[in-house]
Write a protein that binds this ligand. Structure first.
Ligand SMILES: NC(=O)c1ccc[n+]([C@@H]2O[C@H](COP(=O)([O-])OP(=O)(O)OC[C@H]3O[C@@H](n4cnc5c(N)ncnc54)[C@H](O)[C@@H]3O)[C@@H](O)[C@H]2O)c1
Length: 248
């Protein structure tokens, strides 16, 4: 028996990086996985390597697409047990250089995308007796990083929204747990792009150079735990996975 045997898990932004690792890990422990992403070709490739998985083109900013993705998930696999709101992006620009357009894009993908995901999943999960929602935040929500004001605000918003939705679920008697994970640097296309863009001497870059990065599988192990019944007493919190980056 796998640790999430028989569960149906939907992972947004699952074509690449952490989301793809989550999909592989959950599938290896017995889940049926639905991968969604705006990157269609890469998403199809990722799903092709995971037997029995389904890829759906999906922009998490679009409420109508959420309805469609939920409907296709239910029609294909019959239910939804686990939602990983993982889709995200980062733009490096301090408060003086960041345009309102760039700020809004990051809030839309991460805060609105996470909101729409939770809102869409609740009715499906309550129908089948509960579930687990895992929202992907970041250590950027917990410390000051000068070049990512919008990303930091979005990730802090995700942590606060996670608590609010977890409280609501408990008050309503829904057996839906809602948690966030807050990773530090892990080796993905996003961090590889970041390492190429950040100027020498940037504090975040120096930190990564000094401490190294985790592997996507490290975050996937935490997501697996939160998706499984092993974490059944955990809701409304965030778990930091950062090799001690924020411990002092
Ligand atoms: N890698 C890290 O070190 C790290 C650290 C902290 C948090 N995170 C978070 O983890 C998540 C995954 O990041 P990653 O490092 O794997 O990056 P990544 O760029 O490899 O993956 C992000 C995925 O999200 C998708 N995406 C972007 N906008 C989307 C949209 N509007 N709708 C649907 N999908 C969309 C992208 O196409 C991509 O496949 C993000 O939320 C990121 O902020 C990553």
């Amino acid at each position: 028996m796998g640790r999430v045997e028989g569960k149906v898990a939907l992972i947004t932004g699952g074509a690449s990086g952490l989301g793809a690792a989550d999909a592989r890990k959950l599938a290896s422990e017995g889940a049926k996985v639905v991968i969604t992403d705006i990157q269609e070709e890469l998403g199809q490739q990722t799903a092709a390597d995971i037997p029995g998985s389904l890829f759906l083109a999906h922009d998490v900013r679009d409420e109508a697409q959420w309805h469609d993705v939920l409907a296709q998930t239910i029609s294909h696999f019959g239910k939804l047990d686990v939602l990983v709101n993982n889709a995200g992006l980062v733009r490096f620009a301090n408060v003086e250089d960041c345009t309102l357009e760039e700020f809004r894009l990051q809030m839309q993908v991460m805060v609105e995308g996470c909101f729409l995901g939770c809102k869409s999943a609740l009715p499906a999960m309550t129908r089948t007796g509960g579930g687990s929602i895992i929202n992907v935040a970041s250590v950027a929500a917990l410390k000051g990083i000068g070049v990512i004001p919008a990303y930091s605000a979005a990730k802090a918003g995700i942590i606060a929204m996670t608590r609010s939705i977890a409280v609501h679920c408990q008050e309503q008697g829904y057996k839906i747990r809602v948690n966030a994970v807050a990773p530090g640097a892990h080796d993905t296309p996003m961090t590889r792009r970041a390492l190429g863009e950040l100027p020498q001497g940037d504090a975040g870059l120096e930190q990564i150079q000094a401490m190294g990065q985790g592997a996507p599988e490290d975050v996937a192990n935490l997501v697996l735990f939160l998706a499984s019944e092993e974490s059944r007493q955990i809701t409304g919190t965030h778990i930091v996975i950062d090799n001690g980056e924020t411990m002092r």
